[in-house]
Design a protein around this ligand. Structure first.
Ligand code: NAG
Ligand code: NAG
Length: 272
């Protein structure tokens, strides 16, 4: 690893120069980007894993002045991922797991790379694994029960590391008794953890992709809390609190909250 450090440093410096240039009045001519690309390519060909990882991302996403080439992106990302580069493992897991216009979904490979990345601390990969095992497409060699247990385990990991989406999914699994014993109080506890983060979520820069995911997670948790209070699951029945939660969900754009509010409004307090 030590012999790669000088190359890695120079690549990072080049990227830093590029970023600074972007902030100027003129966008630097692509000559510079071509030069950087060439140095990264040379380092990658010499076996520098950091360079292979950067190159994989540049080709895969078509960024930093590099024309998008999914095939080359996968080629370099696979080299780096097999040398245990976490970002490349995450890239491959996402591409194979979600499917991609140029990459057919392959749950087996998504699980393989996702597990490696998650074990190196990738929260995004842990959440993806939870979703892949929950969905089950391409993983039919496992029984439904095995899949649910694995899904639960990965959502638990991602939730512990702060993923709001995974906290919601964990709440759902406790509510439905999937991958774990049914436990309404635990479900409520997880939904409450998600909504407790609301002020932070609403204050986030809305152009960041995770801002939208977080907002969706909070809306879902409010809607679920509304349903739990309306039904008296894991808590005292309370139409008043159910309405409060559903109104919050509706304000955040949850697609079913308005309909839920309407049916709740039609129900008499003593029927709830
Ligand atoms: C499961 O995944 C498949 C393939 O990615 C997708 O078409 C399907 O809609 C998913 N099902 C659910 C329930 O999410
Ligand atoms: C979304 O939530 C996660 C977990 O709390 C947090 O790490 C991330 O910064 C949030 N994203 C934004 C844009 O606030």
């Amino acid at each position: 690893m030590a012999q790669f450090f000088p190359a890695m440093l120079s690549i990072l410096c080049l990227y830093a120069t590029r970023a600074a240039a972007d902030g100027g009045e003129f966008r630097m001519e692509s000559d510079e980007e071509i030069g950087i690309h060439k140095s990264i390519l040379e380092a990658a060909q010499r076996g520098d894993v950091t360079a292979q990882s950067l190159l994989g991302q540049d080709y895969f996403y078509g960024v930093h002045g590099v024309a998008k080439d999914t095939h080359l992106g996968l080629h370099w990302a696979t080299k780096a991922a097999d040398a245990d580069d976490r970002d490349s493992q995450e890239l491959l897991a996402t591409a194979f797991g979600r499917g991609h216009p140029d990459v057919p979904a392959d749950a087996g490979r998504a699980v393989e790379y996702g597990t490696k990345a998650a074990e190196q601390g990738s929260v995004k990969s842990a959440e993806l694994l939870g979703k892949l095992f929950y969905n089950g497409t391409g993983l039919e060699f496992l029984s439904q029960e095995e899949r649910m247990q694995k899904s639960f385990k990965w959502f638990q990991r991602a939730a512990k590391d702060g993923s709001l989406g995974a906290m919601n999914d964990l709440g759902d699994m406790y509510r439905l008794g999937q991958g774990t014993k049914k436990d309404y109080s635990e479900a409520i506890r997880w939904y409450q953890k998600v909504v407790a983060d609301m002020s932070h979520v609403l204050a986030a820069d809305p152009t960041l992709p995770s801002a939208g995911w977080n907002r969706t997670a909070v809306a879902r948790a409010f809607n679920s809390l509304g349903a739990m209070y309306a039904s008296g699951w894991g808590t005292e029945k309370s139409k008043h609190r159910a309405v409060e939660y559903l109104e919050q969900a509706a304000a955040l754009g949850h697609p079913h909250a308005a309909r839920n509010l309407k049916s709740l409004g039609a129900a008499k307090e003593e029927e709830l």
